[in-house]
Design a protein around this ligand. Structure first.
Ligand SMILES: [Zn+2]
Length: 186
């Protein structure tokens, strides 16, 4: 008899059906097949996404490897928009896990490239495209905000190519997918 090791594919469980249903489709666009395999190996259980109980305008937060979302606000978003937030938070989860040091390193490289060109006072504006405060330490946010595609590249146009090279050279991301093409089209 032949035994096969069956590896469950990473999925999420939340109160928002459209997220549960579409998560896999999106992460297949975000990550390279090799990296997806690693995700499937490391996460032996589905990623549980909790409802954000407090009344607040915060859409989603991650503490350690726990993502919490504002279900009410998520229900009003299109799937595409909702997944932007989930992928943003997923990048935080990976950064916080020792098995994904390479993700942490990518964020650091993006951060170094950014800070060599953007004045610290303008980092939030660069990340979000608006003059608004982000809720966490900006140093953890460079990779996560790649999901939002709100970067204000006009603050340092050459950064767009630098970001693309860093992401592409890592082998972690599926840069030819529509997900990434949308974010880095010339
Ligand atoms: Zn964030």
């Amino acid at each position: 008899m032949k035994y096969e090791l069956i590896i469950e594919k990473l999925k999420i469980e939340s109160e928002i059906e459209k997220l549960n249903k579409n998560f896999r489709k999106y992460i297949e666009q975000v990550f390279s097949p090799v990296f997806l395999n690693k995700l499937d190996r490391v996460f032996k259980e589905p990623l549980i996404i909790e409802d954000f109980k407090e009344k607040s305008n915060v859409m989603a937060i991650t503490i350690g490897s726990q993502i919490s979302v504002n279900t009410k606000m998520f229900n009003e978003l299109t799937t595409d928009r909702a997944m932007v937030y989930i992928i943003h938070e997923l990048f935080h989860v990976l950064q916080n896990k020792p098995q994904f040091n390479n993700i942490r390193r990518i964020n650091k490289m993006l951060g170094m490239a950014t800070m060599s060109k953007i004045n610290e006072a303008n980092i939030n504006k660069f990340l979000t495209g608006k003059s608004q405060n982000i809720y966490s330490n900006y140093k953890d946010e460079f990779l996560s905000y790649c999901s939002n595609f709100a970067f204000d590249w006009s603050l340092a146009p050459s950064l767009k190519n630098e970001y693309y090279s860093i992401l592409s050279n890592s082998g972690i991301f599926n840069m030819k997918s529509e997900w990434w093409l949308k974010r880095f089209k010339k």
